[in-house]
Design a protein around this ligand. Structure first.
Ligand code: ZN
Length: 149
C-alpha cells in the first residue's frame, strides 16, 4: 500500500508542478469560477462545448497542491466526453473521495483520477479535490460561480 501511496503522491506532485491545460481554450463558451474559502483555493474553469460534447477544457488559478493537481487531472479526464459521461465521472470521483477510508476504494472507470483516493483520509482536503469538478458542473449548467461552502 505504501508503494501505491508514493505513486499517487508523485502523480499529484507532478500535476501540481506542471499543471496540464492551464489556459483558456480557444472559443471557450462556458465558464465558471470555483472558490474554496476554507483553503483559499480559487479556480476558473473554461469549456468549449459543441453539441453535447466537451471539445476542450482548461483552467486558470489553483491553490494548494491537491486543488491544482485535481483541476489538471480533471481537464485531462473530461475532454471529449459527453455531458452525461462527465456527470457520471464526477459522481464516481465524488463517491471515491468521500468514501470510508477503512474500506477498499472503488476506482473502476476512474483511471488516473484514482490517485485522489488518498484524500479520503483528510476530510478537509475533499473540497480541494472536488472544487474544479464543482466549477466544471456549474459551467456546464450555466451557473457562473460556485463556492464549496
Ligand atoms: Zn486546497
Amino acid at each position: 500500500m505504501s508503494e501505491l501511496r508514493e505513486l499517487y503522491q508523485s502523480v499529484i506532485l507532478d500535476h501540481n508542478r506542471s499543471p496540464r491545460n492551464r489556459r483558456v481554450p480557444e472559443g471557450a463558451n462556458r465558464h465558471a469560477e470555483g472558490h474554496n474559502p476554507l483553503c483559499g483555493d480559487h479556480v476558473v474553469v473554461h469549456v468549449r462545448v459543441a453539441g453535447d460534447r466537451i471539445e476542450d477544457v482548461g483552467f486558470e488559478g489553483g491553490g494548494c497542491a491537491i486543488s491544482t493537481a485535481s483541476a489538471s487531472l480533471m481537464t485531462e479526464a473530461v475532454r471529449g466526453l459527453s455531458q452525461a459521461e462527465v456527470k457520471q465521472l464526477f459522481e464516481s470521483f465524488h463517491a471515491l473521495v468521500t468514501s470510508d477510508p477503512g474500506r477498499e476504494p472503488e476506482i473502476g472507470g476512474l483511471g488516473k483520477l484514482a490517485v485522489f483516493g488518498g484524500v479520503r483520509e483528510f476530510p478537509l482536503r475533499i473540497k480541494c479535490a472536488t472544487l474544479s469538478w464543482h466549477a466544471l458542473r456549474a459551467a456546464l449548467e450555466g451557473d457562473g460561480r460556485v463556492s464549496t461552502e
